[in-house]
Design a protein around this ligand. Structure first.
Ligand code: DX5
Ligand code: ZN
Length: 226
């Protein structure tokens, strides 16, 4: 049996002045998760959402909140994001001195845990932690901004991770983030991606149902063939 592919719209590309309507629109369109990009102006050159905003998001949706921490010193903020309603907390490998301790911190807060890697960070740097993770997030653009172009060179990373996860029968899901649309989504799913983050290709379209449908259709097509 093939495992399902989840779609996680990234609210970074939403209209923040009407955030609850924006979230509701993708919820109605069949989104599986909501992806929340947290940026600190230090780990990445952009500033976005903090725990206060997350706690308001928590009040308007019951969807799984996938929180992507693009911040330095993630250990300082993990408790507040957990308290504010995150379901999954993904930190960056490059920002973690001791990933094991961070994973334990997240698990002790009874949240799912993920690690992300920037395009230049090798897969080998996260392999030792795969058995403790719920999610491994492969960045397919340089983190910091929405609407960038997908980097096909990242497909090899997905393939290597998928082989390792299958070989060791791990439960960790491979997630991709950056430049995902109906053209690139199937390429990542073919290599083993099972959570697709999409910002611009969903919130950039007026018709959110059509946007989600077009991504799903592109995946179904390749899954029929394989
Ligand atoms: C980028 C963020 C992404 C971003 C993706 O640093 O992590 O989640 O919102 O946006 P798109 O899908 O437009 O590339
Ligand atoms: Zn993200």
């Amino acid at each position: 049996m093939t495992s399902p592919v989840l779609i996680a719209p990234s609210i970074l590309s939403a209209d923040f002045s009407r955030l609850s309507n924006e979230i509701r629109s993708v919820e109605k369109a069949g989104a599986d998760w909501i992806h929340v990009d947290v940026m600190d102006g230090h780990f990445v050159p952009n500033l976005t959402i903090g725990p206060v905003v997350l706690s308001w998001i928590r009040k308007v949706t019951s969807l799984f909140l996938d929180v992507h921490l693009m911040i330095t010193d993630p250990e300082k903020y993990i408790p507040s994001f957990a308290e504010s309603g995150a379901d999954n907390l993904t930190f960056h490998r490059e920002a973690a001195r001791d990933p094991k301790t961070l994973i334990r911190q997240i698990k002790n807060l009874r949240k799912k845990a993920g690690i992300s890697i920037r395009p230049k960070t090798p897969v080998a740097s996260i392999v030792p932690y795969l058995d403790q993770l719920d999610v491994v997030l492969v960045m397919t653009v340089e983190p910091g901004f929405g609407g960038q172009k997908f980097m096909p060179e990242m497909l090899d990373k997905i393939r290597i991770l998928d082989q390792k996860i299958r070989k060791d029968k791990l439960k960790c899901k491979i997630e991709v983030d950056g430049g995902i649309h109906s053209g690139t989504a199937p390429l990542t799913v073919r290599e083993g991606a099972r959570v697709l983050v999409a910002g611009n290709s969903i919130f950039g379209q007026k018709d959110r149902s059509a946007a989600l449908k077009s991504i799903r259709k592109s995946i179904d097509k390749i899954r029929e063939i394989s």
